[in-house]
Design a protein around this ligand. Structure first.
Ligand SMILES: Nc1ncnc2c1ncn2[C@@H]1O[C@H](COP(=O)(O)OP(=O)(O)OP(=O)(O)O)[C@@H](O)[C@H]1O
Ligand SMILES: O=P(O)(O)OC[C@@]1(O)O[C@H](CO)[C@@H](O)[C@@H]1O
Length: 314
């Protein structure tokens, strides 16, 4: 089973305004609501690709009910931890450009946090747990470490897609894959990444800090995959970008699902890029048939040899 944990789910309220006039009354040209939050998106794409998945995380209020119902309609398994607070609503404003306004998230009571940790006592060494997205502000700073501890104690593998200290704090638990985008990588190390060589240097550091694989996504410029055996560049296919929300989550789903199925890291990378681009080219998250079609078009080039040995030379 591939579990996803979304500590801070959301309703994604997508609002399209063809001509946005700030400071004036605007009328929506289109509006949509999706069950969102990074881990939930990962579960949606895993399910689309027919991988077994269960979505975990904190959920409460009428917004939480909306999410449960939306996932039930898609037959996606869920075991959310109920909370007293209300799940947030994130605004995705589509005008000439895309603007996102994300909520901070509800308060989580200590008993609610414990309840999620207890749920993880049931995962086994056959399972993979994907922890994705931001953390509601009321959770303790070391909550990711507590999760990783529990997952490691049960022998399950895990994937982490978050930022900053929360990400750094669990790299030593040897996550199967981490996937910062270029900006998140720069922020993680407090540097500016000007050239591909800079991205390669800091991407390698993720492995030195403990990650088993790292993907650095670079939007339309594709992505770099770091493994102990080498570094690879994956080219994204050309297409019309309609929606970047969830493209990164689709990459995580594509990689984790395919890797669990085949243990072939370059094929997992190919599926990851296909899923990311298929979402970028769609209004909502990617459809399986589009992912499979794009898979054929992803070119992967090996650009460097053994990462660990090279790093020792620095
Ligand atoms: N212009 C594009 N053309 C083709 N594919 C794209 C484009 N932009 C994004 N993608 C696809 O989406 C993936 C993720 O994009 P990006 O690097 O922006 O990640 P991210 O910032 O994590 O995404 P998100 O917007 O979901 O937070 C890329 O690796 C690629 O597969
Ligand atoms: O605030 P976070 O948890 O970092 O991001 C939340 C979010 O922007 O990420 C998803 C897309 O990746 C959306 O469904 C959701 O609104």
């Amino acid at each position: 089973m591939i579990y996803t944990i979304t500590l801070n789910p959301s309703i994604d309220y997508v609002v399209q305004v063809n001509q946005l006039n700030l400071g004036e009354l605007n009328k929506m040209d289109n509006e949509m609501m999706f069950a969102g939050g990074k881990g939930i998106n990962v579960s949606r794409v895993l399910h689309e690709l027919a991988y077994d998945t269960t979505a975990l995380g904190f959920l409460g209020g009428f917004t939480g009910d909306f999410i449960v119902e939306a996932l039930r309609e898609k037959s996606i398994q869920t075991k959310f931890t109920p909370i007293q607070g209300a799940t947030r609503i994130n605004i995705k404003l589509k005008a000439d450009s895309e603007t996102e306004v994300n909520g901070r998230g509800p308060g989580i009571l200590p008993a609610e946090a414990d309840s999620l940790l207890h749920q993880l006592e049931h995962v086994t060494n056959h399972d993979t747990v994907i922890i994705s997205g931001s953390t509601p502000p009321s959770l303790p700073n070391d909550f990711h470490k507590q999760l990783a501890d529990q997952i490691a104690a049960n022998g399950a593998s895990f994937v982490i897609d978050t930022t900053g200290e929360a990400l750094k704090s669990v790299l030593g638990y040897r996550p199967l894959v981490v996937k910062p985008n270029k900006e998140e990588l720069a922020e993680l190390f407090g540097v500016t990444l000007r050239h591909q060589d800079d991205v390669i240097y800091y991407g390698k550091q993720l492995l030195d800090l403990g990650a088993r694989h790292a993907i650095v996504s670079m939007a339309g410029e594709g992505a770099l995959l770091f493994t102990e055996e080498g570094i690879y560049h994956g080219q994204t296919p050309r297409g019309q970008v309609k929606n970047s929300v969830g493209a990164g989550d689709s990459m995580i789903a594509g990689f984790t699902g395919k890797f669990k199925e085949t243990a072939d890291v370059t094929e997992a990378f190919r599926m990851s890029l296909a899923a990311g681009s298929a979402t970028a080219f769609a209004d909502d998250l990617a459809k399986a048939e589009d992912i499979f079609q794009l898979q054929e078009k992803i070119a992967i080039t090996r650009i460097s040899g053994k990462v660990k040995e090279e790093n020792h030379e620095h």
